[in-house]
Write a protein that binds this ligand. Sequence first.
Ligand code: C5P
Length: 308
Amino acid sequence: MTGAAVSARAPAKVNVHLGVGPLRADGFHELHTVYLAVALFDTVTARPGEGLSLTVSGEGSGAGPGHVPGDRTNLVWRAAELLAAHAGVPADAALDITKSIPVAGGLAGGSADAAAALVALDAFWGTRAGREDLLDLAAQLGSDIPFSLVGGVALGTGRGEQVAPVLAAAATHWVLGIAGEGLSTPAVYGELDRMRAAGRLLDPEGPASGAPVIAALRSGAVADLGAALANDLQAPALGLRPDLRRALRSAEDAGAVAVLLSGSGPTVAALAADEDSAVRIAAELAGVGVFRTVRAVTGPVPGARLVP
Ligand code: C5P
């Protein structure tokens, strides 16, 4: 059944813990990661159409390296084809992505789009796929996409696609600063492998546990959370983009409790003591000339949802 327009939105994420184990035979790394969804959303709208079409507006809709493709290479297009095949319905929809999440920033913007597309099209086509089915389709599309569906705070294991909720006692406040061009996730994982093979980083038998971050989230103590933040992809991202050291330092100097790169970068995630502090840090970072985009955000927030 296809009728009026249906929209869904999904949030960006920060990895507050990202422990990366060895490279697996399938080309992925074993992870222990703690995802936290933050209030920065992309929206996907489905309207009646014959076959699939896709338009993109907002962040990354123009030409250039941060450009979001409007064809079948876009995860939204692939999500639509996968759901249609799964449900046995024709893949008919005119899709639009309205982006607020910066592209290739380590914030799972593409994953948010795919998760929002699954939720919007499930309602638009009346496929009633069910939560487990949607999670399964999401995992086929990308490692971060099941989390974009569930949102909140979750421990991700396997290649990141197996998600289990984590309790967070309090809201957390972040400033996200995007410095320069995007970074390719496979390139950052590749650099990690090279640094480990060359003995420049310890080569662990398994991914570091997220237990310290999980305990800090449960207690709600922001200083403990700041001390526990960890990201194994930070060293290789800095190897590829040494200029990010200055970006991290400027966020520290602006009064953050702690700073780290989000996922594979280059987004700097600065943890603020409270909401007022986040606003002050964001204002200061907007003026230092290092970041092309600065946003103060709060989390956790829910995952992909229909927009009423
Ligand atoms: O699953 P996704 O398509 O988001 O992964 C993109 C790339 O990131 C993979 O092709 C792989 O190079 C790298 N990756 C990885 N280990 C993971 C997740 C992603 O090596 N657990």
